[in-house]
Design a protein around this ligand. Structure first.
Ligand code: NAP
Length: 343
């Protein structure tokens, strides 16, 4: 897919929710409805809409149900308008989770990362107790579990990144709690034979947030770019969304693992210099480029689903244009520069 200059959020949301032939064919084969838990966040909204669009394009009848607390009521109204049935529920409340409808296909996206430092117990409860509630309730469904490449160790760039075979070694309590989330779902996958995919994602790129957003806005505002983590991986959020849907057909017992990111190991300096050129701004750095980073080798996903449709240079260009016309930012920095696991 070639992405054009994206003028506004309406165009952006449409692009992030476009099904491709593989997603439409998969939805045609898939039995049962879809429920997305934690839909109200940065990725869930467009993932829900993608599912609705794929169902329409496939010419089949299915419900898409979206569950969140809807701390942002606008999110709920938007989802309703896109044809997603919304249910307000705090997934920490076991009785409320038990009262959710039984649905064959679950995409689990709820989690907690930022603010872990000082409230570690809340992060642990969110990332392990909620999976306990959800895994028990949906033991007869298949479940795609959003996880993170942070469950792997920080590695040097020469390693080529961590594959699904790399032993986990999470750094810091956020990443440890994410491994806890995976282990809870793995347990259910074993004892109840629930088919599960652990979807280990590194950096989805919307234009309202993300690593590219953070670097581009630093350059645009004349701030130094933090270079403490010299390299990273990223993937266009539309591609990540489509892969999450496709993973419904890759759920297994014991749980399968799928690393999800783009093919490049991108350097901060490559991205920063490219933004500087497009924006006609000089680029300054802070921090010493660290040797060890979160790097995810997603070769297995490319073999299963092909390469992502949007290239790094297209993302850089679209992001630069977005920032230069002062389009909306979510104001949620990724803290991609963190290399000690403290979020
Ligand atoms: N975006 C990325 O690049 C990236 C990278 C790696 C991993 N991930 C993981 O992928 C998942 C989705 O990413 P995201 O960026 O969309 O995350 P997000 O913005 O944090 O969205 C998750 C949503 O879950 C909902 N939620 C949280 N606690 C809940 C609770 N107790 N009950 C019900 N809903 C609850 C929240 O919406 P309400 O406030 O409305 O409840 C929240 O907005 C997350 O688990 C994230 O850690 C994302």
């Amino acid at each position: 897919m070639k992405i054009p200059v994206i003028e506004n959020e309406i165009e952006l949301d449409e692009l992030l929710s476009q099904p491709d032939a593989a997603a439409i064919a998969m939805i045609r084969r898939l039995e049962g409805d879809i429920i997305i838990l934690g839909i109200g966040g940065k990725m869930g909204m467009t993932l829900g809409r993608l599912a609705v669009n794929a169902i329409k394009a496939a010419g089949v009848k299915k419900r898409v149900v979206g569950v969140s607390r809807f701390s942002n009521p606008d999110a709920r109204a938007q989802l309703d308008a896109w044809g997603i049935e919304t249910i307000s529920c705090d997934l920490l409340d076991r009785d409320a989770v038990d009262a959710l409808p039984d649905v064959a296909n679950v995409i689990f996206m709820a989690g907690r990362k930022f603010g872990t430092g000082g409230s570690e117990e809340l992060t642990w409860v969110m990332n392990t107790l909620v999976p306990g509630n959800v895994g028990m309730k949906f033991k007869n469904s298949r479940i795609v579990v959003f996880s993170t490449g942070c469950v792997y160790p920080l590695v040097e760039v020469e390693s080529g990144g961590c594959s699904e075979l790399t032993p986990v070694a999470p750094t810091g309590e956020y990443a440890q709690s994410c491994l806890g989330r995976e282990r809870v779902f793995e347990y259910y996958a074993k004892i109840f034979k629930t088919p599960v995919t652990l979807f280990r994602l590194n950096y989805a790129i919307d234009l309202r947030y993300g690593v590219l957003h953070d670097i581009a806005s630093q350059i645009w505002h004349g701030e130094p770019v933090n270079n403490s983590v010299g390299q990273f991986n990223l993937i266009w959020q539309g591609d990540a969304n489509r892969r999450a849907l496709l993973c419904l057909e890759h759920c297994e017992s014991p749980a399968s693992i799928m690393n999800i990111t783009g093919p490049e190991t991108v350097t901060v300096s490559y991205v920063a210099e490219a933004f500087g050129k497009i924006m006609n701004k000089s680029v300054n750095y802070s921090g010493e480029a660290g040797k060890r980073c979160y790097l995810n080798n997603a070769a297995k996903s490319f073999a299963e689903f092909g390469y992502p449709s949007v290239s790094i240079d297209e993302m850089i260009n679209a992001q630069a244009q977005w920032i230069m016309v002062d389009n909306r930012s979510l104001g949620k920095p990724t803290h991609f520069e963190v290399n000690n696991g403290k979020f």
